[in-house]
Write a protein that binds this ligand. Structure first.
Ligand code: GTP
Length: 428
């Protein structure tokens, strides 16, 4: 079947792009932008065993989705769950045929590790899918900061480079994260993308903000062009192989995590493992917080914040997904579990502090350093931000109770430190 102006089949967009390139951000943008007036169904696919994208989707986004959103988890859409895609599409077709659903388009968000070709193939080899749906275009998100690393990656014998495939099969590319690169980078990357795929227009964007008309219902997929590029495109026996040095690990844990320990550990990972750790995502249950901690990292770039409160009906548990190359699963799991706030961990944190309860100290206040005594370790009150504990509570000599945000001389130091310092200098 070919596309004609009378074609009433529902257009389907395949949204692809490497891990962390901004696909979910684009879906959020489309769903919260009401101006396009389109009724859109989203089909989501996640690489790991644990679904996180649904939780990462903003509440206001969800309000626009109604019941159409479908999340398909556990695996890769281009391999194991391809048949599930056919089932979901046929379910939509049934609802449309019975008048229960009217859709202007469908958006399939693939995993960052998916090869878009086998997903696109579904629209030409499955009769029922072909009858009701038309592949409108493959839109590839490109992370301007990290794409070169992924295009350059040497792959094991026989394995495909997914980042290259995603660029090669694109009908349109969105060169995203413009805020993280300069003009020279953009020129170099654009030339590189064009050398792989000269026909797909490249749109630059920040935070995946592009006009919806440039992405949906664009009539961009061209079967002839695709078969010319890849003569095996329609061959259903053509197996593709992923690079199995890239893997994912998911950890789910219901005991609350210690924010301070978690931050130190994540910092360690970003600094020491950021090259091979392509992606981290988490929805975390942090001790002393009624709000969920939402967590995202792409290589060394990290975003994390407390978000909406846990719903009363929601299970307070942490879900953490890591995706990367040559990951040491046992080490990551152990590192994560070491962030659980146990009595031992709390005792260890107290032991690591420089001053004991009762020690005479000086604290920096608006009036300079003021003397006082440590009254409590790991202090917390309701006025403090979620999850945060201060290393010390101190009673100043005038009776006032304050807390020190860090165990650092900038905030708290030994009593008479300045005097001792001056004395040492004079003696020297
Ligand atoms: N600095 C910057 N960050 C961005 C931009 N667009 C998206 N991000 C951030 O990049 C991270 C990944 O974005 P997502 O939209 O979740 O990426 P994704 O492609 O859906 O990720 P996967 O589904 O894991 O492959 C998030 O922390 C986003 O906030 C951008 O233009 N600039």
């Amino acid at each position: 079947m070919t596309t004609t102006s009378k074609d009433t089949r529902v257009p389907v967009t395949i949204l692809t792009g490497y891990l962390g390139s901004g696909k979910t951000t684009l879906v959020n943008h489309i769903l919260t932008n009401k101006d396009h007036g389109k009724k859109i169904a989203i089909i989501e696919n996640e690489f790991g065993d644990v679904g996180i994208d649904d939780a990462l989707m903003a509440k206001n986004t969800k309000a626009h989705i109604e019941e159409e959103i479908v999340e398909m988890m556990n695996g890769c859409i281009c391999c194991t769950v391809r048949q599930d895609l056919v089932v979901v599409l046929n379910k939509f077709a049934g609802r449309i045929a019975s008048g229960n659903l009217k859709l202007d388009c469908i958006l399939i968000e693939t995993t960052g590790m998916a090869d878009p070709a086998p997903v696109a193939q579904t629209f030409f080899v499955d009769d029922s899918v072909q009858e009701h749906f038309r592949l409108d275009g493959i839109v590839t998100l490109v992370d301007a900061k990290h794409i070169e690393q992924h295009l350059d990656e040497e792959k094991p014998e026989g394995a495909e480079n997914e980042a290259v495939e995603q660029v090669a099969f694109a009908d349109r590319m969105i060169l995203n994260k413009m805020d993280l690169v300069d003009k020279a980078d953009v020129e170099r990357i654009t030339a590189r993308l064009k050398s792989i795929n000269s026909s797909a227009p490249i749109i630059t964007a920040e935070k995946s903000k592009v006009s919806v008309d440039l992405v949906l219902d664009i009539h961009a997929f061209d079967l002839k062009k695709t078969v010319d590029m890849d003569p095996e495109f329609l061959n259903t026996d053509n197996e593709h192989e992923h690079d199995d040095t890239v893997s994912s690990i998911c950890v789910v844990e219901d005991k609350p995590l210690d924010l301070d320990t978690l931050q130190r550990w994540v910092n360690y990972l970003l600094v020491n493992k950021g090259t091979d750790l392509y992606r981290m995502k988490g929805v975390l249950n942090v001790a002393d917080s009624e709000e969920r901690f939402m967590f995202q990292a792409v290589h060394m770039i990290f975003n994390g914040n407390f978000d909406e409160p846990w719903e009363p009906s929601e299970k307070r548990e942490s879900k953490f997904v890591f995706i990367g190359k040559n990951l040491d699963h046992a080490e990551l799991k152990e590192g994560f579990l070491a962030c659980i706030q146990t009595p031992d961990l709390v005792a260890k944190r107290k032991l690591a502090l420089r001053f004991a309860v009762g020690d005479a100290v000086e604290c920096r206040t608006a009036d300079g350093y003021v003397p006082g005594k440590v009254t409590q370790h790991l202090y917390r009150d309701d006025f403090m931000p979620p999850g945060v504990t201060a290393p010390y509570q101190i009673q100043l000599d005038d009776g006032k109770l304050i807390w020190a945000p860090e165990d650092d001389d900038k905030y708290i130091r030994a009593k008479d430190a300045l005097f001792a310092e001056k004395k040492a200098k004079t003696e020297a």
